[in-house]
Design a protein around this ligand. Sequence first.
Ligand code: PMP
Length: 355
Amino acid sequence: MSRFFSDKYRDLTPYTPGEQPRDNQYIKLNTNESPFPPSEKAMTAAEAKLGKLMLYSDTQCTDLVAALSETYGVGKDQVICVNGSDEILNFAFMAFCDKDHGAAFPDITYGFYPVFAALNQVPYTEIPLRDDLTIDVDDYIGLGKTVFIANPNAPTGIALPLSDIERILKGNPDNVVVVDEAYVDFGGESAVSLLPEYENLLVTMTFSKSRSLAGARLGFGLGSPELIRDLNTIRFSTNPYNVNFMSEAAGVGALSDPEYMKRNCEYTKEVRAYVTERLRALGFEVPDSSANFVFAKHPGLDGEQYYLELKKRGILIRHFSVPRIRDCNRITIGLREDMDALLAATEEILAEAGK
Ligand code: PMP
């Protein structure tokens, strides 16, 4: 830390992203990326924008906002486009929280929430999940805080039904409820249908997972025109050019190819069912996942050891050094052959451990 670093950030512990090795020697199942390339339509559209890069990008994201409004059946004034959904999560902490208006989220959830809270000096409450890693909705009624719920949750993969999301919205009418639907296309129930009824609902989504565009850094939010206006105030006060031309075009291209996304999600769901069953047969505890990953724990295997043994064998999964889940690992669902390699390596590791 330099002597110039602001006091307000002295205690900040930044988010630790999953490893991104520069070589190709790993089977990468650690950051929930899609194993499929972007849609041809996304690639062609992005390429066509190369010659426009001398210009600043469109601050209104006109084409993408129009395509998203059409895809999700909401008004254009209900859409905001961002540089990865991480950006809108940060915007939400900036826009809807402060030292007198704290945030609340589960103790086991997306690791960026507490980081954004700390970055923005927002006090936060971490509400413990039940022992089976599910959310007890009763804990979220009348909180008087901005609520952040990943649905499906990460890293557990467990989804809440829409009726529970609605109870949380009803139970916090004077606070914004942010429903982070980064993984919704893999089996969750989207809260978008609740938008007409709840002015306190903000749904965030991403092109990073089901639409295979993690490297494009493209996300979006859907909410009431007033919430979107607030978020735009923050966006225009930080970086109005947050979405570049190529990513915007890639997003429009991806939305024009819904069949491709659907096919890829169906594939992932099938492989997820297969991996879940095989891991359970090997003695792992694996909650039913509605996302493109599973969260697995073996009673006879130290979680970090399992991660390290797989890494030695060229397979990367995600281990979190968080006490409550240190025996668990999050495993992205990749291609069937990559998952077979994971399962074979797992059998070997279990045999070596005498399990
Ligand atoms: N929400 C959740 C729950 C996530 O796991 C992620 C990805 N790590 C994000 C949001 C952010 O994704 P992106 O910034 O790539 O849109």
